[in-house]
Design a protein around this ligand. Sequence first.
Ligand SMILES: Nc1nc2c(ncn2[C@@H]2O[C@H](COP(=O)(O)OP(=O)(O)OP(=O)(O)O)[C@@H](O)[C@H]2O)c(=O)[nH]1
Ligand SMILES: [Mg+2]
Length: 457
Amino acid sequence: MYRNDTICALVTPPGVGGLAVVRLSGPESFRIADQCFRGKQPLSEAGSHTIHYGRFVWGEELIDTVTAAIFRAPHSYTGEDTVEFGCHGGIVVSETIVEALIAAGARLAEPGEFTRRAFLNGKLDLVQVEAIADLIYAVSAPGARLAARQLVGGLTQRLRQLRQQLIETAALLELELDFAEEELEFVSRTELLSRLEQAQLWCQQLADSYRAAEVLRSGFFVGCVGYPNAGKSSLFNALLQRRRAIVSPIPGTTRDYLEESFFLNGIPIRLVDTAGLRQTEDVVELEGIALAEDVVRQCNVVLLVNDVTCGVEHSIELFRQLRERFPEALYAYVQNKIDLLSDGLPRWSPETLGVPIFWVSAVRGDGIEELRAWLGEQARRNAELGVDVLINARQARVLRSVAQALGAAAEALRAGLSAEFVAADLRHGVQLLAELTGETWREEVLNTIFARFCIGK
Ligand SMILES: Nc1nc2c(ncn2[C@@H]2O[C@H](COP(=O)(O)OP(=O)(O)OP(=O)(O)O)[C@@H](O)[C@H]2O)c(=O)[nH]1
Ligand SMILES: [Mg+2]
């Protein structure tokens, strides 16, 4: 819902710092600001994009000396009249300024409300809004760079072009229908088909880049999974190079899961330790350990930890079942506790396994560097997987639907159906694209997107 009142909030992080900024936005901004600001001239008379030095007062009391930056609608972040007060950093000053502005008639902004207004006033589209959240929460430098690019409209522009192209084609096809008697063809069918196929492929590839984008957005997830007592927590600690997880000879030590991050090749690795998966009567009891399952679902790499002293093939069945269930992850079979092998490493390199095997001792450290290097390499590759935009889950979903609509249009064309059907599929694609950039939007979609934002953004 868009409320046309005037809102304010601290837009810099709370706490002690050199400088803090309080933003005031809405139709009453200048009137409200003037009640608290004493400078050479009233702010309501100041020109847009000017900065004014003065005193911020509440009643008779001096709160701070401040600068007031003036932005007149529509040339501001929100598209509304805006004043940004720069004050001395510190908890008390900025909070008092916000309180004074509220007393003068403003309302405290809700989380994400400035950006929401920017979107509703057409300053940003949804793809850009999502890029802002990505930029704020970026965990890796490459991720932040991509988000910044998206923010200035790289993806937006390409989506607009596609949408324009589809609208034009649909219009031409519909025009043909008006001249059905004359059997005119305004668009060559072969050219149309190739254009549709290209566009479909583009949408599909963009949607597929989601996983790689997720790595840049949130990090590369690596899970330690295996039977109880295999040494998952020990391996977790060894990879992390810190003693973080509790290790004990009692099976079932890890109950919850544990997550820690470290960097490899500049990419944040999110390492997860899980509770051991039990095997009862030859059936792997995956259901009972839903938590571990949830972890595996979001993992980029699953390290299946096997206790070699129980036999090299001890965890093969578990491995097969996991891979069947979660085929998208990369797997490695980690033979742990090799320090306990008195006769050296067994010869075991089954070709059918199809995944790398690592021989390690989590306790003594053998093989850990190799495993870390391999993980770093996988993370790097995954992050570089042709990603030049940061697609998120919502965008991937819509893009897949667009690809489907385009596929249906191409199919109708190949089947020699009337232009009407092709045009209808194209219109559907256009609608979906509008949803993607937010030209048409639903309240629920906006709410989920803005739920990620904090107050002051
Ligand atoms: N000798 C030797 N012992 C190990 C090695 N790795 C783990 N252990 C021992 O195996 C036992 C179990 O280790 P954990 O790391 O707690 O195993 P886990 O898989 O996390 O066990 P749960 O959390 O109970 O499922 C502990 O006594 C560890 O010291 C290893 O590489 N060599
Ligand atoms: Mg454990």
